[in-house]
Design a protein around this ligand. Structure first.
Ligand code: RTP
Length: 148
């Protein structure tokens, strides 16, 4: 089963959108596999966003992301990475369709309330980075395809 790393950014936590984001992933049928509220260090964020080091917005991105606690989550299920990105919407909320998380809750690229892994390899890298003690997936006993 595929896993993805979804993170509610400091603005999403401050605005109280954590529950709404969890609800959408649960509703869609994904399994919550790990969850942690953490106030990340700049070092951790620089590692998370290492691909963006050369971008002009990198310093302000690190400032924003370290400005308060974030909620990091691992969600498991079929095509979790691609579906997770679709549920989040585009990086710039301007291009995010209504019905997506960014399309429904934000207007600024620099305050876009959530992160989602962009590939299976980056998901595994991010899960190892944010959950260094490991993540255990418990097999579901209550299927969404229950026969009752
Ligand atoms: P994320 O990693 O946060 O899920 O975002 P993403 O893949 O959709 O986009 P990425 O290019 O990786 O950018 C990471 C985050 O940097 C901020 N950003 N600001 N000012 C700007 O032009 C700009 N561009 C990107 C956003 O918070 C974006 O989510």
């Amino acid at each position: 089963m595929e896993r993805t790393y979804i993170m509610v950014k400091p603005d999403g936590v401050e605005r109280g959108i954590v529950g709404e984001i969890i609800k959408r992933f649960e509703q869609r049928g994904f399994q919550l596999t790990a969850l942690e509220l953490i106030h990340p260090t700049k070092e951790l964020l620089e590692e998370h966003y290492c691909d963006l080091k050369t971008k002009g917005f990198f310093p302000s991105l690190i400032e924003y992301m370290s400005s308060g606690p974030v909620v990091g989550m691992v969600w498991t299920g079929k095509d979790a990475v691609k579906t997770g990105r679709k549920m989040l919407g585009e990086t710039n909320p301007l291009n995010s369709a209504p019905g997506t998380i960014r399309g429904d809750f934000c207007i600024e690229v620099g305050r876009n309330i959530c992160h989602g892994s962009d590939a299976v390899e980056s998901a595994e890298r991010e899960i190892a980075l944010w959950f260094p003690r490991g993540v255990k997936t418990v097999a579901r006993t209550h299927s969404i395809h229950s026969l009752f």
